[in-house]
Design a protein around this ligand. Structure first.
Ligand code: ZN
Ligand code: ZN
Length: 605
């Protein structure tokens, strides 16, 4: 059998064995034209036609033909595994090669665990796995987040001495990382004598996905120290780690590195660069990368639309979407997410509603929970709280706590205590409340002077043992990312910082700053104590650190884990004016560009 006929050519695929050990010898050889047709076949429809021709010419019992057909199904994204399973069931004594092909096919479907089911069947038939069996099985476990099954496969690999195999090790790392056990992944990585680039990629991707960007970047540096050539996959993970950290200088350095190694030819890498620049606060650089791209796919357009959206340029996001439509590139659910986000953060209520309905009507895209969230956010921000409430209740799916929480914070912004109480009841019913919910409700009651309610909420928090998520802000200075927590006195410069903030607040007060003590949660604090607690908020500490440690005129870039509070927002506006500094603050939801005393969000966030 000529091996070149098989579409096995994927270089990353370890399953390149093509001989079937128990081929039934057939007196007639299949007509060569059927085989060459199979080679050119691109869809399941065509495959079925070829299969029909083969059946007509009585070659159905030829195992090698069936193997080729099954192999086609396992590799072709447009075909399903049902057809492959049907063919497979017709083979009286399938061998390990066929099992491997089937397992690989299932691993990439949305029912990957079928690969494991098939594997058990294989063991029952007394067929032994080989070194191509485990990578597919582990991939299947990874894709279905089945840690327990993954561990069992790992155990068997150890028992049969396949665990040191060069194809098995990276897939083991990937399986543990995908299933959320990044420490187990690292243990395997550490056991490897000299990890190959595939293992490095699996480990770096695992860290990036588990929101451990510093670990991912440390491993990238190690890789360079060992002179191992990174691939486009490495760069995607490294860029997403930079984006998570908001580390622009590092991101720029990585961009140079990408250019030097010729990795900027990949559309995906450029898309990751757009995402990184946007999330690190440099919209200009994101635009530059986008404009230089020679070809753009849906993901690239979406990344740029999202970039405009998170920087508050809703109208630009919309016009880019219209431009995308003209080029004939089809939007997907992510594109719409960016678009709806843009509308909600710019207050474009009607446009948002229109795009939301066009998703299904014009493009046949079923909205997901995140799209619903955008609409709730859109309506909530615009103060259409009742409409948002009705929208949630009319959904075809069970509302998640996040949806209710989005409405709850809108109730907080618009001071609608009554609706807020109704909304929080829904969150409690779903038994997924966290500290932030109580804080929003408590702040609403405090702003309304309902101190009894505030006290009972605090008691409830204590009884249920809910903790408030601490605010954390970070700033990158000279390639080092410094983190600050609210009220933090642990940083090496904290005495200097606190003194600077005391001084700063005095100056701010001269230009009209009034600390918004209504935002402070504790009712029984004195006014001075409340002011002091506001003064050392994490974002103020990070901004002060930036003022001390960066040259005059340089933009200060801060990343915060929660939504920026109203007090820090007004303080940042004034700081940008007094010190003539641009402050770019990324909070949980968006970017705020503070300049000359005002913010790009127009106080709409
Ligand atoms: Zn604050
Ligand atoms: Zn703002």
């Amino acid at each position: 059998m000529p091996a070149s006929i098989l579409p096995f050519s994927s270089p990353s695929s370890p399953t390149t064995k093509t001989t079937s050990s128990n081929s039934i010898s057939n007196p007639k050889q299949p007509h060569p034209s059927s085989l060459s047709l199979l080679q050119k076949c691109t869809s399941l429809r065509e495959l079925k036609q070829i299969h029909a021709t083969i059946l007509k010419t009585h070659f159905q019992s030829d195992i090698s033909i069936l193997t080729k057909l099954i192999n086609f199904c396992s590799l072709n994204p447009t075909s399903t595994m049902d057809y492959a399973q049907n063919l497979f069931d017709k083979i009286p004594q399938p061998d390990i090669v066929l099992f491997n092909i089937m397992a690989r096919g299932y691993a990439r479907t949305h029912t990957p665990i079928q690969a494991v089911v098939l594997f058990i069947h294989m063991l029952n038939l007394g067929i032994s796995p080989d070194d191509y069996t485990f990578p597919s099985l582990l991939k299947a476990c990874a894709n279905s987040k089945a840690l327990e099954q993954g561990k069992q496969v790992h155990c068997l690999a150890i028992k049969l001495k396949f665990h040191h195999n060069i194809y098995v090790q990276p897939t083991l790392i990937n399986m543990y990382a995908e299933c959320g056990d990044v420490r187990a992944a690292r243990r395997i990585f550490n056991q490897m004598g000299r990890p190959c680039i595939v293992s490095y990629n699996a480990m770096i991707a695992g860290y990036a996905r588990s929101s451990l960007p510093n670990e991912a970047l440390a491993l990238f540096r190690e890789l360079q120290a060992f002179d191992i050539k990174p691939t486009d996959v490495t760069m995607l993970c490294v860029l997403s780690s930079c984006a998570l950290l908001g580390a622009l200088e590092l991101g720029k350095w990585i961009h140079e590195y990408i250019k030097k190694h010729g990795l900027d030819v990949y559309v995906k890498v450029n898309t990751a660069l757009i995402d990184m620049y946007a999330k690190c606060g440099s919209l200009e650089d994101a635009i530059r990368v986008f404009e230089k791209m020679r070809s753009r796919d849906t993901q690239a357009w979406s990344a740029m639309i999202i970039a405009y959206a998170i920087h508050g340029h809703g109208n630009k996001a919309i016009s880019l979407f219209e431009e995308m439509k003209i080029t004939g590139i089809r939007p997907d659910e992510i594109t719409f997410l960016g678009l709806l986000y843009a509308c909600s953060h710019t207050g474009l209520v009607n446009e948002g509603r229109r795009y939301f309905y066009s998703m299904r009507d014009q493009y046949g895209i079923v909205p997901g929970i995140k799209h619903y969230g955008c609409i709730v956010d859109l309506l909530g921000r615009a103060g259409l709280l009742d409409e948002a409430y009705e929208f949630i209740q009319s959904l075809p799916i069970k509302p998640t706590p996040i949806l209710w929480r989005t409405l709850l914070s809108a109730c907080g912004v618009h001071g609608n205590v009554e609706l807020g109480k109704r909304v929080i009841k829904h969150i409690f019913e779903l038994e997924d409340s966290h500290g932030g919910d109580y804080v929003i409700l408590s702040n609403m009651c405090a702003a309304d002077g309902r101190w009894n309610d505030v006290n009972s909420i605090r008691k409830l928090m204590k009884d249920r043992g809910v903790a408030k998520v601490p605010g954390c802000s970070s700033i990158e200075v000279d390639n080092v990312v410094h983190e600050f927590f609210s009220g933090d006195g642990t940083h090496i410069q904290s005495v200097e910082l606190h003194r600077m903030l005391d001084e700063l607040v005095k100056q701010l007060k001269l230009v009209g700053y009034v600390p918004d003590t209504s935002l402070v949660f504790h009712a029984d604090m004195t006014e001075e104590a409340k002011e002091a607690s506001l003064r050392y908020h994490s974002e103020k500490l990070a901004i002060a650190f930036g003022l001390i440690n960066t040259p005059p005129g340089m933009a200060i870039r801060v990343v915060k884990n929660l939504r920026v509070c109203g007090d820090c927002h007004s303080a940042a506006k004034l700081i940008s004016m007094i010190f003539d500094r641009q402050i770019i603050l990324r909070d949980l939801h968006r970017f705020h560009h503070f300049k000359d005393g005002s913010c790009s969000c127009g106080d709409y966030w």
